[in-house]
Design a binder for this molecule. Structure first.
Ligand code: SAH
Ligand code: SF4
Ligand code: F3S
Length: 489
């Protein structure tokens, strides 16, 4: 393991206990630290005469969102109450570094936290997540951000209580970053954001090394959780009232390949389908290169798997796709889409597209536009290429000038929106199941929910409908969302 550092001459808890130990012992060890932290927090509460509050701020993807639920679970077990804002006793930034702007947001907000902390010196600040896996970030923090109390990465978030304990006991910045791990610790506390739906990690890390992407460097090698652990977790969620699960992995289609007893993603889905109480199954992300015929067949036959597939394209140009190390070409992608639509005609397809990859020409860009037109996505996340230090693409000399990339980006967005509006409009007048997620923030007489294809629907209703799946007549399409009315069945 690389830079597992200890500062200010502190004892290095490091991985020593863990490397020798067994995940079960590690679990007990962490519960011990949770209890110790709880005592520190209780003492602080008595001293201040009020409860201590904590705020977790999440940047980035669903993986990070799920990690934040784990952090929140540990915080609750330690005795922190939830704060509404960053004006709290403990602030945790769970960071993302997939694009430069994700990174910049964190630096900006840290400046604000520094000012706040000057007036509230007892406050604690923790940084964790993908950005912390970058050595340059750690160097910058150590040099100019000494007011940060805790720094840890993506591989050791289960050690959160242990590190916090260290920070209660010793002065200075507690840093613990691991380069990679092959261990998965199960059964620590988790606090879910929604009572009725939940993300479920099925695997961690990524082995694909797409040439532009930093994720494999900051999340480490691919590791699948055992199917029995996943099933156990989902059964528990179902018994707690969860009706929708989102199976999470950077490339769910390669799930299970490296397990002692290999199993495919399609087989895992069939097992999840059997779990009573779960009504909807979603997953992300599917890499087109690994999407199997078996998966398509399982989706087509399933009553619970949502009729939605997120299938990142990245570029429509076979030449650029090769440079990106995506291991599929334009024709292959289009054939795959055709195969999926033949088996599941109403499926919603969504995607991710990068504009301005180094060396992208107008012709390459036209290929991307062509795929968007041919596929007709229900929605698409479009990104300006962002240079990530350490990735092969960052070293390329033919970076596309920002002005050209932005102009292409705008043209792409227009086409994506045109296609999405066309797809959405076609649903008007139909009756579809909608999972009601919340009372509408702007108009309390409405509730807001999601269709299987992830479109948002607003309809008259109240709090009692939240978490239920109701049949809704879609009355009016507003481009990306609908107004509807519940129909009694
Ligand atoms: N594992 C997922 C993607 C995770 S990152 C997959 O392969 O689909 C989410 C999205 O961020 C990617 O699909 C890609 O479109 C975008 N992305 C990743 N690196 C990027 C970069 N350097 N610049 C711009 N967008 C990037
Ligand atoms: Fe990044 Fe590619 Fe892995 Fe997705 S599959 S996380 S884009 S390297
Ligand atoms: Fe960002 Fe890390 Fe996710 S870099 S996109 S939070 S895996």
């Amino acid at each position: 393991m690389d830079f597992n550092q200890t500062e200010d001459g502190k004892t290095d808890f490091g991985q020593s206990g863990f490397a020798k130990g067994h995940p079960q012992e590690e679990l007990e060890r962490q519960y011990y630290f949770i209890e110790t932290c709880r005592q520190y927090v209780e003492a602080e509460r008595k001293r201040l005469g009020r409860p201590l509050t904590a705020k977790v701020v999440t940047f980035g993807c669903q993986m990070n969102a799920r990690d934040s639920e784990k952090l929140s679970g540990i915080l609750a077990a330690i005795g922190y109450e939830k704060a509404d804002s960053e004006e709290a006793d403990f602030v945790i930034y769970n960071t993302c570094t997939v694009r430069e702007n994700a990174n910049n947001k964190v630096w900006g907000r840290l400046g604000y936290l520094n000012t706040y902390k000057k007036h509230h010196p007892h406050m604690k600040i923790a940084l964790c997540g993908c950005m912390m896996q970058e050595p340059e970030v750690i160097a910058k923090l150590k040099k100019s951000y000494r007011f940060v109390d805790l720094v840890f990465g993506t591989h050791n978030i289960y050690k959160f209580a242990e590190l916090l304990c260290r920070s209660f006991e010793e002065k200075g910045m507690a840093i613990d970053i691991w380069e990679d791990t092959d261990k998965i610790v199960e059964d620590l506390p988790v606090e879910r954001k929604y009572p009725f739906k939940s993300g479920v990690n099925i695997m961690f890390g990524c082995n694909n090394f797409c040439s532009y992407c930093i994720v494999p460097y900051v999340r480490g090698r691919e590791r699948s959780r055992k199917p029995e652990d996943i099933i156990k977790e989902i059964k528990k969620l179902a018994s707690d009232g969860v009706v929708e699960v989102m199976l999470l992995g950077q490339n769910v289609n390669s799930y299970g390949k490296n397990l002692e007893n290999p199993i495919t993603f399609a087989e895992l889905l069939q097992e999840v389908e059997q779990i009573e109480g779960i009504a909807r199954i979603r997953f992300m992300t599917s890499h087109p290169k690994d999407l199997s015929d078996d998966l398509i067949a399982v989706m087509a036959a399933s009553k619970k798997i949502c009729s939605h597939l997120h299938l990142p394209l990245q570029s429509g140009s076979s030449r650029i796709l090769k440079e990106m190390n995506r291991r599929y070409g334009k024709e292959q992608y289009l054939n795959l889409v055709q195969k999926i639509r033949t088996a599941i005609p109403e499926i919603a397809l969504t995607t991710d597209i990068i504009v301005g990859y180094p060396g992208e020409t107008e012709e390459d860009f036209q290929e991307t536009l062509d795929v968007v037109k041919q596929v007709g996505y229900d929605s698409a996340f479009t990104f300006l290429y962002s240079k990530r230090t350490g990735t092969p693409a960052a070293a390329k000399e033919d970076q596309v000038p920002e002005g050209i990339a932005k102009e292409r980006f705008n043209r792409l967005l227009e086409e994506v929106q045109r296609q999405a509006a066309k797809r959405a409009n076609a649903w008007t007048g139909r009756v579809v199941p909608v999972l009601i997620e919340e009372v509408n923030e702007q108009d309390g007489s409405l509730v807001t929910g999601r269709m299987e294809n992830n479109f948002t629907v607003h309809l008259p209703g109240g709090e009692d409908m939240v978490g239920k799946i109701v049949d809704v007549a879609l009355k009016e399409c507003k481009g990306f969302y609908f107004y509807g009315e519940a129909v009694s069945t």
